[in-house]
Design a protein around this ligand. Structure first.
Ligand SMILES: Cc1cc2nc3c(=O)[nH]c(=O)nc-3n(C[C@H](O)[C@H](O)[C@H](O)COP(=O)(O)OP(=O)(O)OC[C@H]3O[C@@H](n4cnc5c(N)ncnc54)[C@H](O)[C@@H]3O)c2cc1C
Length: 312
């Protein structure tokens, strides 16, 4: 057989299910679709990425894995998917077009992949602080991931900005590493878990500053001063920003309907208004954005894709 010709034919093969993103939603969708004997491909933009969970130092709410490190959990799910023979392609998806019978998925390289169905699980990304100094000091004292960068601030003074679970978790983690942690929230009430807040209130090296907004970040090559709109200037070496997430919908915003916050409109079955295009995980409209709900979404979306393929 002519091997070259055979390879070419293989490259042109259309997948049954192309999944965008290899977080818990994407990998679970792949596991379910693969076990239904479908031809599955995951496209993930980060090298061996496993999504947001890789940023968490400790996960206490995923059943069966009490206290597991997020990176480790991600690796375990990835190994599970790989053991089933699921293929991963490292590439960023920049656009998706519906054709008569299938979808054309454009990658950053310009290459186009075709698939009968698409499950979009691109998740969410960190919202940035819109204040002077925010861009200038990124990676020079400003971080969006305490579990990734916290160790660099051992014995130093840092600030955490935000009022949700991420901010509270970050402050708790940093309180074990840093000399002093300022937790700054623009409101009086925190949105995050009351139990985590209570733990922080007990910590001697944590100072909670309510009703204050960051006005400017200054320094000399690296972060030095955090100026608040209350007039307070904090001497710090690190700022951890945890002010929410932005759904990653750039590649699909012309294809599907988004809600007012930018999330893709779909129910638990992942079905969207575009036949054959399904959505799962944090990028979907829903109440609770967690690993377990992302995984559940992935299973449901895969089931919808399987039904779609069977009935077509
Ligand atoms: C610091 C932190 C701590 C957390 N702690 C917990 C916890 O303790 N328990 C819990 O249940 N949840 C926790 N979460 C939330 C949980 O991680 C998310 O809800 C979950 O990861 C969402 O999964 P997902 O698959 O929908 O999306 P994500 O995990 O966001 O994965 C999306 C993937 O898609 C990829 N991608 C995006 N756009 C493209 C594109 N255009 N082309 C190709 N690939 C793309 C991304 O690189 C990423 O790998 C935490 C989150 C953070 C940030």
């Amino acid at each position: 057989m002519n091997n070259r010709k055979y390879k070419k034919r293989e490259e042109k093969q259309m997948t049954d299910v192309l999944i965008i993103g290899s977080g818990p939603a994407g990998m679970t969708a792949a596991i379910y679709a693969k076990r239904a004997n479908l031809n599955v491909l995951i496209v993930e933009k980060e090298y061996e990425g496993t999504g947001q969970m890789a940023e968490s130092s400790r996960i206490d709410n995923y059943p069966g894995f009490y206290g597991i490190n997020g990176y480790e959990l991600g690796e375990k799910i990835r190994e599970h998917a790989e053991a089933l023979g699921i293929k991963f392609l490292e590439a960023e998806v920049t656009g998706i077009q519906k054709t008569e019978e299938s979808f054309d998925i454009t990658l950053e390289s310009g290459e186009v992949q075709s698939s009968k169905t698409v499950i979009y699980t691109a998740g969410a990304a960190h919202r940035k602080l819109a204040v002077p100094g925010s861009e200038k000091f990124e990676n020079r004292g400003i971080s969006y991931c305490a579990s990734c960068d916290g160790a660099f601030y051992h014995g130093k003074d840092v600030a955490v900005i935000g009022g949700g679970n991420s901010a509270l978790d970050d402050a708790l983690l940093l309180s074990e590493i840093c000399n002093k942690v300022y937790l700054i929230h623009r409101r009086a009430e925190f949105r995050g878990d009351a139990s985590t807040l209570a733990k922080l209130e007990q910590k001697e090296n944590v100072e909670i500053i309510r009703n204050a907004k960051v006005q400017e970040i200054t320094g000399n090559g690296k972060v030095k001063i955090l100026l608040l709109d209350t007039g307070t200037a904090l001497n710090i070496q690190g700022v951890f920003v945890a002010i929410g997430m932005i759904p990653q919908t750039e590649a699909v915003k012309k294809l599907v309907a988004l809600d007012e916050s930018g999330y893709i409109k779909a129910g638990e079955d992942g079905v969207t208004l575009v036949p054959g295009f399904f959505v799962a995980g944090d990028v979907r409209t829903k109440e609770l954005r967690q690993i377990i709900t992302a995984a559940a979404d992935g299973a449901n979306a895969a089931n919808s894709a399987i039904q779609y393929i069977i009935r077509k």
